[in-house]
Design a protein around this ligand. Sequence first.
Ligand code: G4P
Length: 529
Amino acid sequence: MKFSEEIKRRRTFGIISHPDAGKTTLTEKLLLFGGAIQEAGAVKSNKIKKGATSDFMEIERQRGISVATSVLAFEYQGTKINILDTPGHKDFAEDTFRTLTAVDSVIVVIDVAKGVEEQTEKLVEVCRMRNIPMIVFINKLDREGKDAFELLDEIEQKLNLTVTPLSFPIGMGYDFKGIYNIWEQNVNLFTGDPRKDIEETVEISDLASEELDQLIGSKAATTLREELELAQGVYPEFDKQAYLDGNLQPVFFGSALNNFGVRELLDCFISIAPPPRPKESDVRKVEPSEDQFTGFVFKIHANMDPKHRDRLAFIKIVSGKFERNTPYLHVRHNKKLKFSSPNAFFAERKEIVDVSYPGDIVGLHDTGNFKIGDTLTEGEELRYKGIPSFSPEHFRYINNADPMKSKQLEKGIDQLMDEGVAQLFTLELNGRKVIGTVGALQFEVIQYRLEHEYGAKCTYENLNVFKACWVEPKDPKSEEFKDFKRVKSKYLAHDKRGQLVFLADSAFSLQMAQQKYPNIKFHFVSEYK
Ligand code: G4P
């Protein structure tokens, strides 16, 4: 197959949702369609089970599983689909944000009864900021839930999206009869039989036809006609370009558990979702079709076996072909590296591959060369932008509890931060180190891993920080900035890249600083330019 065709047939995407909306179930059904797995239940849930949230050993266990589900690739009707796993647990939110830098589009799963939930709001906002094309799947139609119009309204309001339904439910819960597929103009009747993997659909191109009444009953048919007419009046017509630009989000309804409405979603997805997209670097925009290989690290996974400290760095290929045993430039280190056993991912296994294409993910064994955001090229000195750090939610001082092991501690902290487990801030005033995490559990994970993987011991000390704000002065030489640095010296720190960060102790003090220093910007994200 020609290089350009290999690119065109690839779809790399992520599924985002609030925990329990049905992400794992949907993923599994998609894999069933692709023939990548043979039976339901084959994909292990990557979520941390309820009730286990205080047990960080559970997180360790789950880390093992999540390597297996990091990338799930399968073929469907000639399309190569790569699903990138986005952890649902809130302690891993940062991982999910970073994974979103490697997807070309997303599917958002929403529970019909719960509607838009908190985590979905945050994740969709990140996608919206980056104009990532999104398709919405409203799940669990076999249960009683909110009215379709109410939900569409809620999605527009809370997620700030412009939606257009491409399918429409006929009834719901006990009365759920099926869906009308606006995209394909047919009716899909619900039998409630999850074992069926290929559904039967009935073509109804003329909604006024008697056939519809016979299929679903006159009452439901009348309601459907009315609702569709209303929907057509309220929502814009589907426009592929608007979807690709991130300005319009098509919506599907279904029940992942019953494998219902999933094929419709998948068929539409492969026809509208974008193939690998170009990516901005610090010097230029890179097109997937360029023949020179480039890619970037978006995720690092530590080995589960503490005796081997090697890690798996996940690279998204942006352009060109990635070939085994070929020297590539590690731009940050200015050093050529060769990889003898790059892993490619399939539904449930990984395999060493000779060639991978734009859109694909390869896993490279790493002994500490990589950190998140690193770029690999065939020689060109460019760096990919856009792997931001978000302000952590929890902050603590980290202290060395074993003075004989300070080297090990330093190395351990360094590597764990490169993996993106947490963020490290060094106070300007006294050089003390502060760890910031998204979830409180991460502190235990760090302590445990420092001890078991690096032989170092640490203790924590509480520190009252509301948010880490990356500081951007309009003029670094101004009196205003000097005054800010003097007055706030106790609260200033540097992140791992040396950027100045203000550790505001309360929302109030941040607000005061914003008022007092109007020419200084305070960002909650490290990449603001
Ligand atoms: P997540 O990955 O987004 O966290 O959600 P997951 O797929 O694990 O689904 C959460 C729960 O919702 C599961 O039930 C799953 O069976 C159920 N579910 C998913 N899709 C549907 C659907 O279309 N209809 C209905 N009625 N339920 C659905 P659970 O009892 O929490 O887990 P399990 O014991 O079934 O694994």
